[in-house]
Design a protein around this ligand. Sequence first.
Ligand code: NI
Length: 156
Amino acid sequence: MAVRKILQYGDKRLNSICEKVNKIDRRILNLIDDMMDTLYEGNGIGLAAPQIGILKRVVLIDLGEEEGEPIIIINPKITAQSGREKDFEGCLSYLGYEGEVYRPTKVTVVGINAKGKPVTYNASGLLARAFCHEIDHLDGILYMTKAEEMYELTSE
Ligand code: NI
């Protein structure tokens, strides 16, 4: 397990369409371990594999202990969505800023977990937003391109 360097805006790999994972092998499990270490080190709530330079469709979301177990989803796909709401987002690949982005209020996401088992999430609010943000990463889309307004964060 290792904390990996998080690619920053401007790195072309962040604009790539990632490949589907066909087989959950040791390399994918190591990738997931590294993504976990990297997310916690970076104090984020979500991370997509391309952010550490691996162009595979793997997403990790962890909204914190009170919100339950971390979610690892491979080959995630939004199959249904409803509503629309604007809220703030940030990204570990674009530190020092946040932006207001419209996202669906509710999404249904299907994929497989780290054991290769099919999973379905019916998510709303922040979790729905996190799924949208991370799945966008897998298609090379950064939230800044969807933001209504961007704000520079000032350090206290
Ligand atoms: Ni991000």
